[in-house]
Design a protein around this ligand. Structure first.
Ligand SMILES: Nc1nc2c(ncn2[C@@H]2O[C@H](COP(=O)(O)OP(=O)(O)O)[C@@H](O)[C@H]2O)c(=O)[nH]1
Ligand SMILES: [Mg+2]
Ligand SMILES: [Zn+2]
Length: 288
């Protein structure tokens, strides 16, 4: 995507494939690149500019390699659901860590409000809102079937570069398609197959939907492996913990079994959601 808004299909010079050896992909959506000759049949990307930030995940649980999903973002929009799909809290927490890691603001879009006709889904929606609002995230309840709410959601994108993530079926592609008649992303990907190898094509494209408004979808990204983190780092990316950290007896408190731990106290008296703490322990266990 050039400054003038034109699209070019470019080739990547061989050496990029070898440089960053911890990453499976040398380039990602949102990267600023320098291109040799735009008039050539296949312009060649000469260099990739340093990234301001990036969303990174482990390629898969066993791999040591990481995949860069998007770069140079102003914000992430996290699409989740209380019903079809019912997004697990663990999934939300994991995705938020990936955002916090590079201090990328995240907005939680609790979508498909029109489906909350039963007690259970309404209750789950309320729980999500309470947990993440008290962690100081913006949570927006929305139905993409409601034009007014869609308009409101659109205003959140203005003059920003937004990467849309979330679990499969939450409405990411549907939302992006509503942004411009030119965009036709495939919707309602069927996820009945557990064979992850089946839908591995996950090409993100950056769409320009306003003069300085850009949006990228994350098709085919089903599971969010951890960001590259040291166990002692993880606690810095859970917002509620950061506020309390100075009150812990030990400055390097991991909030496990240390005495006089302000985080554990806050969990015990309900100031911090138990699920947030539990999911922290789960992630800590995974990276240790
Ligand atoms: N009832 C309802 N269905 C929705 C809503 N948003 C999206 N959908 C439907 O949910 C399905 C999955 O949406 P899609 O955009 O493909 O999800 P993605 O996997 O996150 O890209 C599609 O059939 C959409 O029409 C909503 O707010 N309400
Ligand atoms: Mg999609
Ligand atoms: Zn502590």
């Amino acid at each position: 995507l050039s400054e003038s808004g034109d699209h070019y299909e470019c080739a990547l010079r061989g050496k990029f494939r070898l440089t960053e050896k911890d990453y499976t992909n040398p380039i990602c959506v949102g990267d600023f690149v320098e291109v040799t000759d735009l008039e050539a049949d296949v312009p060649v990307i000469r260099s990739i500019y340093p990234r301001e930030n990036q969303i990174v995940r482990k390629s898969n649980k066993l791999s040591r390699k990481f995949q860069v999903l998007a770069a140079n973002l102003d914000q992430v929009m996290l699409f989740v659901g209380a019903k079809s799909p019912r997004t697990p809290l663990g999934f939300i927490d994991r995705m938020l860590i990936n955002c916090e890691y590079d201090r990328i603001p995240a907005i939680i879009m609790l979508n498909k409000k029109d489906l909350w006709v039963d007690q259970e889904s309404r209750q789950y929606a309320r729980q999500i809102r309470e947990i993440y609002e008290s962690a100081r995230y913006r949570v927006m309840e929305i139905s993409l079937l409601d034009e007014e709410e869609v308009e409101q959601a659109k205003t959140l994108l203005e003059d920003r570069v937004t990467f849309i993530i979330g679990n499969s079926g939450a409405g990411k592609s549907t939302f992006i398609n509503l942004l411009s008649p030119d965009i036709q992303q495939a919707t309602s990907e069927v996820s009945t197959s557990y064979d992850k190898g089946m839908h591995t094509t996950s090409v993100s494209e950056l769409f320009q939907v306003g003069e300085s408004t850009f949006v990228a979808d994350s098709p085919g990204i089903k599971d969010f492996g951890m960001t590259p983190l040291e166990p002692s780092e993880l606690r810095h990316y859970v917002r509620e913990f950061v506020d309390l950290q100075p009150a812990c007896k030990y400055h390097n408190c991991l909030h496990l079994n240390e005495p006089k731990c302000a985080v554990k106290e806050a969990v015990d008296n309900g100031e911090i959601a138990f699920s947030r703490y539990q999911n922290y322990l789960g992630m800590l266990d995974e990276i240790r």
